[in-house]
Design a protein around this ligand. Structure first.
Ligand SMILES: Nc1nc2c(ncn2[C@@H]2O[C@H](COP(=O)(O)OP(=O)(O)OP(=O)(O)O)[C@@H](O)[C@H]2O)c(=O)[nH]1
Ligand SMILES: [Mg+2]
Length: 390
């Protein structure tokens, strides 16, 4: 046990998914009282989303974790308006949420080139400010990385999540027969014959009691917050963490995972989800699969298998239940098709929704437009144009 925790510590130490930084906008420049000039404004500090950047690189490159905008130039006889201070840019990876120390969200970096202003430079001195410049904003900010992937793998340790990602994608995650092999999230890309690519995030295994900070706790669940769908993976034969902990069947594993997600953030459970039943090459796998399917038909009838406080408020209805063997490749192509189908359906629904929303907004706008026209014509007393309502 000690051995495992030492390994966890060493490997996890390489992965940084949040960082606290000191930022300060540049001070404004002095004005020249004699000639009534204006000092230049201090430079701003921005966080800018860039490709191939990691929080670890920021940490290594700037050990002081301090970013300050340039000072504004003083006004002089040659230039009555002082030059603006240089902006400071913190290059950060895509997928960052920037928050202030008190938890207020300052902005999100969802695509390359997105930028968030984190500290404004002080204004330069002017005759109105008695020629005195202002200091820039000072803050501590937090950069919080949440992976952006189409699907997130959720499962107990050893269920075969990383093996599945290897079978599906180009990723080469670490695979081993002990729990907690995966210690940091990793993304794999799955390619389709029509060149469409989708991304899947492999996460460290959750265990029963993660909400009580057991195992890796809920630490990594933030990485499935932004995924479009969830891919539950269970071992058809169930899971037992240690000889002293109960053996959980595949059905129990599904419900315990659901409850852990619910305890982390209830919205997560309403994401579309697929269930992968792995290790179908094991003896008696077919019988166990049948039993699981039956239990999933009427989950309420089997809640007695779970501890009272671990019964989910709502049972997930999976869009697809797919038996596979990551080891032999059985069912993997079918799973690939189901994933694609589910994502395409979801995208079509979303465009349908946005279409409806846009239509609704347009209707609302034209409604308001007509109402304003009416008001104008009434207040001006002009008969104006006539409109027939349909
Ligand atoms: N028989 C059989 N074994 C499998 C299959 N898939 C994975 N395994 C084995 O199960 C063990 C765990 O596999 P991993 O892919 O590391 O499991 P994981 O869910 O990523 O585990 P953690 O990273 O610890 O959460 C390894 O010994 C794999 O070889 C399968 O389809 N059949
Ligand atoms: Mg793994």
């Amino acid at each position: 046990m000690v051995h495992i925790s030492r390994i966890c510590f060493r490997k996890y130490g390489n992965f940084v998914d949040n960082l606290r930084l000191y930022v300060r906008g540049g001070t404004g420049g002095m004005a020249l009282p004699r000639l009534g000039g204006h000092g230049g404004n201090g430079g701003n500090v921005w966080v800018v989303a860039t490709k191939n950047m990691t929080l670890k690189r920021i940490k290594d490159k700037y050990p002081l974790k301090r970013f300050v905008g340039g000072s504004g130039g003083n006004s002089s006889v040659r230039a009555l308006k002082g030059e603006k201070g240089k902006d400071e840019e913190i290059l950060a990876p895509v997928g960052i949420t920037v928050t202030s120390d008190d938890g207020r969200i300052l902005g999100e970096l969802n695509a390359e080139g997105d930028r968030v202003l984190v500290a404004k430079g002080g204004s330069g001195g002017t005759p109105c400010s008695s020629f005195e410049p202002k200091k820039g904003q000072v803050k501590h900010i937090r950069l919080d990385l949440k992976l952006i992937a189409d699907l997130g793998l959720v499962g107990f340790p050893n269920a075969g999540k990383s093996s599945l990602l290897t079978a599906l994608s180009n990723a080469t995650p670490q695979i081993a027969s002990y729990a907690f092999t995966t210690l940091r999230p990793q993304i794999g890309k799955v390619a389709y014959p029509d060149y469409k690519q989708i991304s899947i995030a492999d996460l460290p295994g959750l265990i029963e009691g993660a909400h009580l900070n057991r195992g890796m706790g809920h630490k990594f669940l933030k990485h499935v917050e932004r995924t479009k769908q969830l891919l539950f993976v269970v071992d058809v034969g169930g899971f037992q963490l240690a000889s002293k902990t109960p053996l959980r069947s595949a059905f129990e594993a599904v419900q315990l995972l659901t409850k852990e997600l619910e305890l982390y953030k209830e919205e997560l459970v309403s994401k579309p989800a697929l269930l992968v039943v792995n290790k179908m090459d094991l003896p008696e796998a077919d019988e166990m699969l049948e039993e699981l399917k039956e239990q999933l038909q009427n989950p309420e009838d089997f809640t007695n298998l779970l501890p009272d406080d671990m019964i989910p408020k709502n049972f997930i209805t999976f869009r697809h239940v797919v038996p596979v063997s990551a080891l032999t490749g059985f069912g993997v192509d079918h799973l690939k098709s189901c994933i694609r189908l589910s994502l395409d359906e979801y995208a079509a629904m979303e465009t349908g929704d946005t279409h409806q929303e846009k239509l609704q907004a347009l209707r609302q706008q034209s409604h308001e437009c007509f109402r304003n026209e009416d008001k104008v014509s009434l207040s001006s007393g002009v008969g104006g144009t006539q409109r027939t309502t349909s």
